[in-house]
Design a protein around this ligand. Structure first.
Ligand SMILES: *Cc1c(COP(=O)(O)O)cnc(C)c1O
Length: 379
């Protein structure tokens, strides 16, 4: 062999004898075959991999892992939370169909439904999901799907999953829920009867703020349809990001357990702070904790800009779910694009702050917030 050939072909062949403790990263765009018979075998289902857009061991590992954690038979990993939501929805609806969705959805999902899917002939009604009457009033003969989130953002409304499932069954609809904020550690909506469960794995599943990824899980038949959408649209996840997400996910219970405990401690503490007008933190999400996001509304006596400047080691980050405690400003970021009336209806104003709890010492977190609030009181 000439050098130019050797340099390409001299890498280790196969991993059978190596017995690596962790899954290797199959950072490859395609898989090799030694004969036309073997190639034919792929189409007969004898070998699982052909081309990474159609399937890869690392992305499969992530899909299967989240499915297992959710108690669902199948799952598929995708390039982002939004693409997981998209392929899940497209597994159920097509042009001419109608969706009834909660009005307080994640902004990205809201825009996808309202603009992108609408342009493909899929319409959505956004209604108050706390009202069974409003949900039923929005149904049309074309309605195929009820869509909501286990816990909504930023006010941490916990969805009544059993009511949603009962309504879907009553009207012969599918149900789908975004379980990003709750995580399968705290809630498993599939086991409560929801057909499809989506995640932005960018958040708690990955947990370390270093990837963008998504997963959708459910019954094999629906997930198979979602998988076809991933292949046809090209919203597959890269092997390395899938690998990082799986690595991060191993500590999901430890992280979310501690984060939820810190959130509970901070919520209790801030409820007794005179400068805090409201604390939004649920009490009925699960018996293992109530999530790791606390949203507060500071009193008008506080200068909001001084508050954000006085947070010391707590950074302003327009995302959530990392191991570090961070804060975000819904009015300036996640809910910026909403019309003023919608912001007012939801309660998003100049003094609302969303806190994503990390795994630091709970006492340190409480002191840092107390300090920043005290510093922000207008003289
Ligand atoms: C972040 C987020 C998404 C979107 O996920 P990406 O990974 O950013 O595409 C969807 N739903 C919820 C609840 C989120 O927090």
């Amino acid at each position: 062999m000439k050098f130019t050939t050797k340099v390409v072909h001299s890498q280790l062949k196969g991993t059978e004898e190596i017995r690596s403790k962790t899954t290797p990263i199959y950072q490859t765009s395609a898989f090799s075959f030694t004969s036309l018979e073997e190639l034919e075998g792929f189409y007969e289902g004898k070998s699982p991999y052909l081309y990474s857009r159609t399937g890869n061991p690392n992305t499969d590992e992530l899909g299967k892992m989240v499915a297992e954690l959710e108690g669902a038979p199948a799952g598929v990993a995708t390039s982002s939370g939004l693409s997981a939501i998209l392929v899940g929805i497209l597994a159920v609806v097509q042009a001419g169909d109608h969706i009834v969705a909660a009005e307080d959805l994640y902004g990205g999902t809201f825009h996808m439904l309202k603009e992108e899917l609408k342009s493909f002939g899929i319409s959505t009604s956004f209604v108050d999901f706390t009202s069974e009457e409003e949900i039923e009033a929005a149904l049309t003969p074309d309605t195929k799907l009820l869509y909501s989130e286990t816990v909504t953002n930023p006010f941490m409304r916990v969805e009544d999953i059993s009511r949603m499932v009962a309504l879907a069954e009553k009207h012969n609809l599918k149900s789908m829920i975004d379980n990003t904020f709750a995580t399968p550690f705290l809630r498993q909506p599939y086991l409560e009867g929801v057909d499809l469960v989506a995640h932005s794995a960018t958040k708690y599943i990955g947990g370390h703020s270093d990837i963008t990824a998504g997963v959708v899980v459910g019954k094999e038949e629906l997930v198979q349809k979602a998988r076809e959408k991933v292949v046809n649209i090209g919203s597959n996840l890269s092997p390395f990001e899938a690998w990082l997400t799986c690595r991060g996910a191993k500590t999901l219970a430890l992280r979310v357990g501690t984060q939820a405990q810190n959130a509970g401690t901070l919520a209790d503490e801030l409820r007794s702070n005179e400068q805090v007008k409201r604390v939004y933190y649920p009490t009925d999400l699960s018996d293992k904790g109530n999530g790791a996001i606390v949203t507060i509304e500071l009193d008008a006596s506080c200068d909001i800009s001084t508050f954000f400047k006085s947070l010391g080691w707590i950074k302003i980050i327009p995302s959530l779910a990392g191991v570090e405690t961070t804060v975000s400003y819904p009015l300036g970021t996640s809910h910026r694009a909403l019309p003023k009336e919608a912001q007012e209806k939801l309660g998003i104003n100049t003094h609302v702050v969303r806190i994503s709890l990390g795994i630091e010492d709970g006492g340190d977190i409480v002191s840092q917030f107390n300090e920043a609030i005290a510093a922000s009181v207008k003289k």
